[in-house]
Design a protein around this ligand. Structure first.
Ligand code: IMP
Length: 542
């Protein structure tokens, strides 16, 4: 056999230079919709790069508005089955942000914003408080119902009033149930001043050996409480989304563009709002432009995210009006039937790329909204120029989403519905997310207000309401406190495969053409999924 003339392996890198083009496609070629039409996230892949660092070295810091940068790119959607106070607090603690929905009264939405701004990790900001004229039996009741008894006593029995003492289990052990608390409470107190850090408070609790540490202001009024048992459980949140000045969590909320929304916004700003999202399925309207200008004139410190848009032309007007960020997506949401019914929309990957490419030239970040159903979609949205991703369906099954779990055909689920579903627009008790599924609190709040879902879809004055979304349920996902760290670690590992250490590097290398893409044919998509197995279980993280 004749010997083959192989090249020496040591020349591999040199020979590579001879190829005119790198493997795969540049983002510009990938996204040339004149050739193959609009693309979705599933239509393409990124080609791997070189790994010379650990996944844990990857940072995914991203701007979500002109002036606000978060440590993670995760945003929860302003939907009544996704983001209320609890989700907003958890998202911010984990480095993202939750946008509180407006399908509720302005008062309850403002209360949720206030809860986010007041939240201090480990501090109990609304403790059970009693007054000196309450009796031992009331403490016994609380103990029976809630399982604890370290109760602060204030002058008028409320938080914010002068702290007089504390009643613990020991104080009432041998007392008659009718005894007044003023005669049994402990008055020699160890307290701490408002503004104390968890670390300092921890040290005080350790030396004082008390179970509770009341936090007071300069006038001796009770502001919050720290509990020894909670402190032992308190996790720390190194990625938390906090204002650098006040160290409070960032709060974001959605509103519409009607005159009443100006009053609503005033309430939200009063409660401490940092970011407002103008919530519309089609954001390129005179109403949004006017609203942006009005907000900039009246609340110049507020960051305004406008949308939704899917084209450069839509984006241009909102950028010109002063938007600090754009929300991109029309018809890509998991509960969405907009493309089917309205015949408008755009495949999400193409929408994200087109708008980001344009908006980034003005320093306006883009949030890719809708259609994110796995870690890979997050990475693809970022690679196409988005700074963050907004998720509805992916988070609706978590413990922190509004509503109770229920069983559907043997599977533990939570209700999830489009804001353009008839159920959300009519906001009546219906068979899917009714009181027992949404939870009594959400259902009542939802019933007591002017419907915001209709305005999102410009249906408030229509006699016939045309649905743009469906109502259904999604599987239990456990706590967002486990799920978001999974998304975060997943993105870090993906970046490592691509060979980039940060979102900035990813974007730079995509634009310069160093990072390459490949289109996926239908059979490539089958190949890329699990196939050929008789059966399997799919566990995503441990
Ligand atoms: P998901 O993450 O794929 O479930 O999509 C969530 C996104 O869908 C939201 O952030 C909204 O932009 C969008 N959306 C919410 N409700 C509706 C609806 O009823 N019709 C169409 N789109 C909706």
């Amino acid at each position: 056999m004749a010997a083959q003339n192989y090249l020496p392996p040591s020349q591999a890198l040199q020979v590579l230079q001879e190829y005119e083009h790198q493997d795969g496609l540049s983002v510009q070629d990938l996204m040339n919709s004149k050739i193959h039409g609009g693309l979705t996230y599933n239509d393409f892949l990124l080609l791997p790069g070189r790994i010379d660092f650990a996944a844990s070295d990857v940072t995914v810091e991203s701007k979500i508005t002109r002036n606000i940068t978060l440590n993670t790119p995760f945003v929860s959607s302003p939907m009544d089955t996704v983001t209320e106070g609890r989700m907003a607090i958890s998202m911010a603690l984990l480095g993202g942000i939750g946008v509180i929905h407006h399908n509720q009264s302005a008062t309850s939405q403002a209360a949720m914003v206030r809860a986010v701004k007041r939240y201090e990790n480990g501090f109990i900001t609304s403790p059970v408080v009693l007054g000196p004229n309450h009796r031992v039996k009331e403490v016994l009741d609380i103990k029976a119902m809630q399982g604890f008894a370290g109760i602060p006593i204030t002058e008028d029995g409320n938080l914010g009033s002068k702290l007089l003492g504390i009643v613990t289990s020991r104080d009432i052990q041998f007392e008659d149930p009718n005894t007044l608390l003023s005669s049994v409470m402990t008055t020699s107190l160890v307290t701490a001043q408002e503004g104390i850090t968890l670390k300092e408070a921890n040290a005080i609790l350790r030396t004082s050996k008390k179970g509770k540490l009341p936090i007071i202001d300069g006038g001796g009024n009770l502001k919050s409480l720290l509990s020894r048992s909670d402190l032992l459980k308190t996790q720390s949140y190194p990625l938390a989304s906090k204002r650098p000045d006040s160290k409070q969590l960032y709060a974001a909320a959605a509103i519409g563009t009607r005159p009443a929304d100006r009053d609503r916004l005033a309430d939200l700003v009063e409660a401490g709002l940092d970011i407002v999202i103008l919530d519309s399925s089609q954001g390129n309207s005179i109403y949004q432009e006017e609203m942006i200008q009005w907000i900039k004139a009246n609340f110049p410190q507020l960051e305004v995210i406008a949308g939704n848009v899917v084209t450069r032309e839509q984006a241009a007007r909102l950028i010109a009006a002063g938007a600090d960020g754009l929300r991109v997506g029309m018809g890509s949401g998991s509960i969405c039937i907009t493309q089917e019914v309205m015949a408008v929309g755009r495949p999400q990957a193409t929408a994200v790329y087109s708008v980001s490419e344009f908006a980034n030239r003005f320093g306006v970040p883009v949030i890719a909204d809708g259609g994110i159903s796995n870690v890979g979609h997050v990475v693809k949205a970022l690679a196409l120029g988005a700074s963050a991703v907004m998720m509805g369906g992916l988070l609706a099954g978590t413990t922190e989403a509004p509503g109770e779990y229920f069983y559907h055909e043997g599977v533990r689920v939570k209700a999830y519905r489009g804001m353009g579903s008839l159920e959300a627009m009519e906001q009546k008790d219906h068979t899917t997310p009714s009181k027992d599924k949404l939870g009594p609190k959400t259902a009542t709040m939802a019933a007591n207000h002017e419907n915001a879902a209709t305005t999102r879809y410009f249906s408030e004055s229509s006699t016939v309401k045309v649905a743009q979304g469906v109502s259904g349920d999604v599987q239990d996902k456990g706590s967002v406190k486990a799920f978001l760290p999974y998304l975060y670690a997943g993105v870090q590992h993906s970046f490592q495969d691509i060979g980039v250490r940060s979102t900035r590097e990813l974007k730079e290398k995509v634009i310069s053409g160093t990072i390459r893409f490949e289109l996926r044919t239908a059979s490539a998509q089958v190949e890329g999924g699990v196939h050929g197995l008789n059966s399997y279980t799919k566990r995503l993280y441990a």
